[in-house]
Each structure stands twice: as structure tokens, then as C-alpha cells.
Design a protein around this ligand. Structure first.
Ligand code: 4NP
Length: 163
């Protein structure tokens, strides 16, 4: 498996706390953007916490994705595992807390690069994608706008012609 990692399709894991709001929205936006661009990629999401393992995305996240033309209803929450640090090229954390928690479990010989999602957007580096979980429903629209811009940046980055 490992020998395929760099030569074959890019493998990107989106990480947040619960894996029911931000990271499944990021996975959904990325799946749509990579498919539209015709780029074959392994795209997945996980949470640092285990409270929602096995659950579908938050109903408000599903509704926002559906409103943008993307169905994320089949995604199921899972917790970040040590294996993920070898299976993915890139692990993108939604905020500084997720990044810190992931760093704490990152093996010394991990092959995955670990960064913030918004480090992919000029002028937004170091920022966190706002957690809409405890806020009003319209927070999910802002979250979608962020993760959709991140997905577009990743498509540019991993497009075969861009090297
Ligand atoms: P997420 O949002 O990390 O974007 O999936 C959250 C989901 C659940 C909780 C917090 C944030 N929670 O505390 O249960």
C-alpha cells in the first residue's frame, strides 16, 4: 500500500472535532470538486473525538450540503487513528485545537503532512474554520463557503498539470 501513496492518487483526510459538521462538509465539497475536475483522489474525514462515531453528519450540515448540490448523507463519523498518519498524504485540521490534538498522536515516522485547512487559502493561514455546531443554522453556510474554497485550492494543487 505505502509504495502507491505518492505515485498514485492523492490521499487527503479532513479533520475536525466531532466529524459531523466541518470535516464531512469539507469531504463533501472536495469529493464534488475533485470529481468535477476529473481528478482521482482518496478523500476522507475523521474527528479527534469519539462522541459521534458511526453517526451521519449533523442534519444542518446535510441540509447545507444539499442546498449546494452535494449529498453527504452517506458519510459516517469515525475517529482519527494512528494509521491515518501513514495512509494519507495530507491531513487538514479545521482548527488549532484539532491540529494540536492530531500533533499529539502523530507518530515520529508519520508520512502524512499535517496542516490547517485554511493554510490552503492566501490570507487565511493560521485561521480556523468556524465551528457551526453550537451556533445558528446560518453558520453552516459560512462553513460551506470556507470548505468549498479550500476544496477548489486543493484541486488546483493536485491537478496533474500543475505538477
Ligand atoms: P465538528 O463540530 O467538529 O465540526 O463536527 C462539532 C460536533 C460535535 C461537537 C462539537 C463540534 N460536540 O461537542 O459534540
Amino acid at each position: 500500500m505505502h509504495e502507491d501513496r505518492k505515485t498514485a492518487k492523492p490521499a487527503i483526510l479532513f479533520l475536525c472535532l466531532g466529524n459531523i459538521c466541518r470535516s464531512p462538509l469539507a469531504e463533501g465539497a472536495a469529493r464534488a470538486a475533485f470529481a468535477k475536475a476529473g481528478i482521482d483522489a482518496v478523500l476522507d474525514s475523521a474527528g479527534t473525538g469519539d462522541w459521534h462515531v458511526g453517526r451521519a453528519p449533523d442534519a444542518r450540515a446535510q441540509a447545507e450540503a444539499r442546498r449546494r448540490g452535494v449529498d453527504i448523507s452517506d458519510l459516517r463519523a469515525r475517529q482519527l487513528s494512528v494509521d491515518d498518519f501513514y495512509r494519507f498524504d495530507l491531513i487538514l485540521a479545521a482548527d488549532a485545537t484539532n491540529l494540536r490534538d492530531a500533533r499529539a498522536m502523530r507518530p515520529a515516522d508519520a508520512t502524512a503532512e499535517l496542516r490547517l485547512m485554511l493554510d490552503r487559502l492566501p490570507g487565511r493561514g493560521g485561521q480556523g474554520v468556524t465551528d457551526p455546531y453550537y451556533g445558528a443554522d446560518d453558520g453552516f453556510a459560512a462553513t460551506w463557503d470556507d470548505v468549498n474554497a479550500i476544496a477548489a485550492a486543493l484541486v488546483d494543487e493536485f491537478a496533474p498539470s500543475s505538477g
